[in-house]
Design a protein around this ligand. Sequence first.
Ligand code: C5P
Length: 477
Amino acid sequence: MNDAYEQLLSSAANAAEAIGECIKQDNLLLLVCHNDADALSACGIMVGSLWRNDARFLARSVSRIDDFFQQADEGLASADCIVFLDIGSGYVREIYNKFGERKVIIVDHHQPQSFDVPKGYVHLNPHFQSLEGATQLSTSGLAYLVSKALSEENYVYSPVAVVGALGDLQDKDGQRRLRGINARIVEEAVEKGLMYATEDLLLFGRSFRPIHVALANTSSPFLPGLTGREDVCYSLVTSLGIKVKEGDTWRVLADLTEEEKSKLYNAIISFLASKGLPARSIAKELIGTVYELAEEDRWTYLRDAREFAWLLNACGKTGNAWIGIAIAAGVRGGLLEEAQKLLEDYRIQMAKNMELLTKPDTVTNMEHIVVINGGDLIDEKQVSSLASLISSSGMIPQDKVLIAWARYGNRVKISARANRSQVEKGINLGSILSDIANAVGGRGGGHNVAAGADVPADMLEQFLKEVDKKVGSQLGT
Ligand code: C5P
């Protein structure tokens, strides 16, 4: 990995040089990013770095590349230099067709459409160094390497890079911890005193929130019946004889003895099992490394890195990406209050989305895929989070791939999720969705383990049949 890492650093230095050149010439830079936590973290890191350099820039978040192409057709992309963040690697040809010889820098960890880079373009992507973009490095990590190449002082953004990687579920290696280049960034953040990394139960706010509140806030994994239900969590904790207060002070997870922790853990397993859920596989996701941002105030939703990622997702998936970008760049005060409110509403919304699963006709079982039919009931911007939640909740049989979709206008947004063992068997959802979406007049792409697509609504049925067939053939079943 050392060689690959060195090459990646040199590629990041090239991207930084191109950006530095734009800054020197007082060019206007346009940052274009996707709308999930990783993208907003990446964009925040770049925004913060550009602020520090007094650069002229605009930042914009889009749900899909076509939205940006449309903005460009409407004359809204007239910058000297365009920097794509967490979007673009799968669409280099289309970007070139649209922007020709304009100065373009692509910083993205998705599977690239091709390894050819148009002349004059800079394309930073870990796949070029044979590094796995779904697990070893996210776009926020790439943006961090670029920002560090701009100035060493930008190490201050290392915790934000970690937030982005966790937002993209890069800790899903069976042990819930970051590895690869992500782990190097964690080390750097810890060394600089900006982060604590501790093995524990992954309750959101283990060191500062009352135990039942931490349990109710936990959304990765989503715990059906517990997440969002402080009352139920309170009853569960007290029924175990675990004292929730020491005098007037609430006890936190970090205060519990090992015996109390294992009691709590077993009670969570039993609770989930009583709901007919595959409790052991969900509970496995509950132990791992907790990443805490040392410089963030306790009690905010920014102290626990996984919760910070949820906050950014809440901003991005409710049309408030700019707030998430500003928070990731370091803005606090009133904007943080607004972001925290968005997260609280988003948690309630996601719990409602999860309830939809109990409605008839919402779930269709095909031979190799399980389809969640969001129809018009789910906001298309939230399909992706819903798919991630369902797949992390262990509700999908291990031998099937999850597909969730929702309608917007005459199109549908689709999200697909596989598990690690399916990836080991050779499944590549990014290429499946890209090929089949293209064939039915849509667009798709992503990673082997998680991918997305947009297709015309009247092609959905055919799309699903083809995906089912292709998943079966890639899994060899
Ligand atoms: O949209 P969703 O989050 O489900 O997609 C999973 C992954 O695939 C994301 O990282 C997303 O950026 C990527 N994707 C893509 N091209 C698409 C749709 C999604 O690269 N057309």
